[in-house]
Design a protein around this ligand. Structure first.
Ligand code: AFP
Length: 353
């Protein structure tokens, strides 16, 4: 037994004291944590629990669902339905939002990606869950339009990382804080209070197999990082790619770095790979609350007004200096200042944000 440590519940009581709304938000985040504990237990058992592998079904994105995608989604849905604290839920694994019966007038909507990075499940590499809590309309059942709020409206956001240890990292708009699951006791313990992303970094993360599809500002940035000491950056960079956004963002929170899944021309119907409402927005809030920056390259993620629940978006986030440099490269490209990386496709550049 570990006495005197700050559990998640104690932290939330201290952080969200006062108004009824705050008390309900604290209770809701405790519910989120209990879904995360259930998913953590399933992922930890892996093949022993028979939860690896794919199903015959596809989600709304047309992606084949893994067994753990569906089980994790069920863990969240059941928790929110039994908890009675949200008026509605939306998930990467559900085509449409679900209205939830509330025990009293509910003030929240929960939006989540139950298991991000699921291509990593079968090879036993870290995966995670991502969640976003939004205000619900008062006095009526929410409709689809009510979910389409910008990231600035989020009341809380965070993620769970199922790695060597399970961590919950969250923000309620007053800094970003990390908790580690003490498995024997079943409590999340505050281990990383007030996380600050280092402003400078020499580490970048991008899937370079997509290089030929990137826009010139991203090609310029990555080329300069790779040239290291021999070019304008004057120092060498290192690269990482886990293909699990949660693990990538967590590394950046711990030691700095820049993560990019930029707009590309691989599939012109998709203005990016990642989903705005349950990947980019919550991660954007977590990163900004830790002193970092989250942008499309042309607009801060949290300022984007969604027009679809499952919409995709370009994401560049992490250490302030590097992300701002890449924003500048986009601006120089868009205004034609950067001749080296200017393109004859100039007029097509602003098709997507
Ligand atoms: P899923 O939500 O389908 O598991 O995808 C996860 C993800 O969107 C994100 O975690 C990674 O950054 C990205 O996939 C990696 O995908 P690539 O295979 O395109 O590098």
């Amino acid at each position: 037994m570990h006495l005197g440590r700050t559990t998640l519940s104690k932290f939330l009581i201290q952080e969200l004291d006062g108004r009824n709304e705050s008390r309900d938000l604290a209770a809701l985040l405790v519910d989120v944590a209990s879904a995360i504990k259930a998913i953590s237990a399933m992922t930890a058992k892996g093949a022993l629990a028979g939860v690896l592998g794919s199903l015959d079904t596809e989600n709304v994105q047309g992606e084949v669902q893994k067994k753990l995608d569906v089980l994790s989604n069920t863990a969240f849905v059941n928790t929110f339905q039994r908890g009675g604290l949200v008026a509605g839920i939306a998930s990467e694994e559900l085509d449409d939002p679900i209205a939830v019966a509330c025990s009293k007038p509910c003030q929240f909507l929960a939006v989540f990606d139950p298991l991000d990075g699921s291509s990593n499940i079968d090879v036993n590499v870290s995966v995670g869950s991502i969640f976003s809590i939004l205000p619900s309309p008062k006095g009526r059942e929410p409709v689809l339009q009510d979910y389409l709020q910008s990231g600035r409206q989020q009341l809380a956001a965070g993620y769970a990382l199922y790695g060597p240890s399970t961590m919950l990292v969250l923000t309620v708009g007053r800094g970003t804080h990390g908790f580690t699951l003490d498995r024997e006791v079943g409590n999340f313990i505050l281990t990383h209070p007030n996380i600050q992303i280092p402003i400078e970094t020499s580490e970048f993360a991008i899937n370079t197999s997509n290089e030929r599809f990137w826009e010139p500002p991203v090609q310029r940035y990555v080329a300069e990082c790779k040239a290291g000491k021999t070019d304008v950056r004057g120092r060498d960079f290192n690269m990482r790619w886990i293909a699990s956004m949660v693990a990538e963002v967590h590394r950046i929170l711990m030691r700095g770095g820049i993560f990019m899944y930029p707009k590309d021309t691989k599939d012109l119907t998709k203005p990016g790979r990642l989903r705005l409402m349950y990947e980019a927005n919550p991660m954007g809030m977590v990163v900004e609350q830790a002193g970092g920056v989250a942008t499309t390259g042309r607009k801060r993620i949290l300022d984007v007004l969604p027009d679809q629940l499952h919409q995709r978006i370009a994401v560049i986030l992490g250490s302030r200096d590097e992300v701002e440099r890449l924003e500048r490269y986009h601006q120089e490209y868009d205004t034609g200042v950067d001749q080296r990386y200017s393109s004859p496709l100039f007029k097509e550049r602003s098709l997507f944000q």
